[in-house]
Design a protein around this ligand. Structure first.
Ligand SMILES: [Zn+2]
Length: 319
């Protein structure tokens, strides 16, 4: 395999990368996501920017074997088309894959962002070498992707692994997706932030670190919990409890070798998140299923978007 290139369309930033199958990055660039409202015009802009990145780094476009594209949206992987993207006006039914393939004359592969991130951590990050992996990211929402038997498991409309919307309370908190009691409604960054701004005690270290109650974010809970604040520790406890409920269903359904957790979880670290989570999961799952199970932080951090885009290209060629 020669050079792999990719584009990661994020909610706020777009990342462009060239690299190889070993995970080495040869060139990277990032710019804000500024949609024009015309999806096809936006895609032509992406093509021009990827071409510029290759030119600026003296990478001959003819040396590129495949291009991967990650989008924050449902999609039809058969047609290479984006469907009803929540944050990309004008992109519905835009044939992203074919537009990019026509421009570069190489195979192009399209994946949703959660699956692309799962591929990145599997090929280049914390889940290297495993055959059965569940990846979950707790950022604004809760996204997920599954590697089963050494392949990305897509399911219908590439929607497999959306563990964030499996219920952890049957008639629980309302979720941004319209359902109730979803895992995301308890541990997603946006819903947790709303809860904290409603209930954080004004005399807690969480509020004093944030400066004001309406400025509180999950990161302030992590900092205050590290310093021993009682409210913050109770919030972490609640967070771990609900995350564990999500993981227990995953373990019984998939019997994975590794569960990789990103963002809030990775920031909270071993003592506040991973150790208590492993203990809770162990209490609720048969020993044989947890004996060899690794529950580990994501490894790619801020480089994730580059590796996600290249991971999609790599997986596409492998397939
Ligand atoms: Zn939901």
């Amino acid at each position: 395999m020669g050079v792999l290139a990719g584009i990661d369309v994020g909610g706020t930033k777009i990342a462009f990368a060239a690299g190889d199958a070993s995970g080495r990055l040869l060139a990277t660039a990032r710019r804000p996501t500024a949609g024009s409202g015309d999806g096809a015009a936006d895609v032509r802009g992406l093509i021009a920017d990827l071409r510029a990145l290759l030119d600026a780094n003296a990478i001959d476009p003819r040396s590129v074997d495949a291009i991967g594209i990650s989008v924050p949206s449902p999609l039809d992987p058969e047609r290479g088309v984006v469907l009803n993207p929540p944050n990309l006006p004008g992109w519905h039914e835009v044939p992203v894959r074919d537009l990019v393939a026509d421009a570069f004359g190489v195979p192009v592969f399209l994946e949703n962002d959660a699956n692309a991130a799962a591929l990145a951590e599997w090929h280049f990050g914390a889940a290297r070498g495993f055959q059965h992996v569940a990846y979950l990211t707790m950022s604004t929402g809760v996204g997920g992707g599954l590697i089963l038997g050494g392949r990305l498991h897509r399911g219908v409309m590439a929607g497999a692994g959306e563990v964030g919307h499996a219920p952890v309370e049957w008639d629980g908190e309302p979720c941004s997706c319209g359902l109730r009691g979803c895992l995301e409604a308890y541990v997603g960054g946006a819903s947790w932030t709303r809860r904290l701004r409603r209930i954080a005690p004004l005399d807690s270290a969480v509020v004093s670190r944030a400066g004001a109650r309406d400025a509180v974010k999950p990161e302030h809970v992590v900092e205050a919990a590290r310093a021993g604040d009682a409210f913050a520790l109770a919030e972490m406890d609640r967070w771990n409890e609900y995350t564990a409920r999500g993981l227990v269903s995953l373990v019984f359904t998939l019997a994975p070798q590794a569960i990789v957790l990103g963002t809030i979880e990775t920031a909270a670290g071993e003592e506040l998140a991973f150790a208590p989570l492993r203990a809770r999961v162990r209490e609720r799952v048969w020993p044989a299923l947890v004996e060899g199970l690794a529950i580990v932080p994501a490894a790619l951090g801020k480089q994730l978007p580059y590796h996600a885009a290249i991971g999609v290209a790599y997986e596409g060629l492998r397939g």
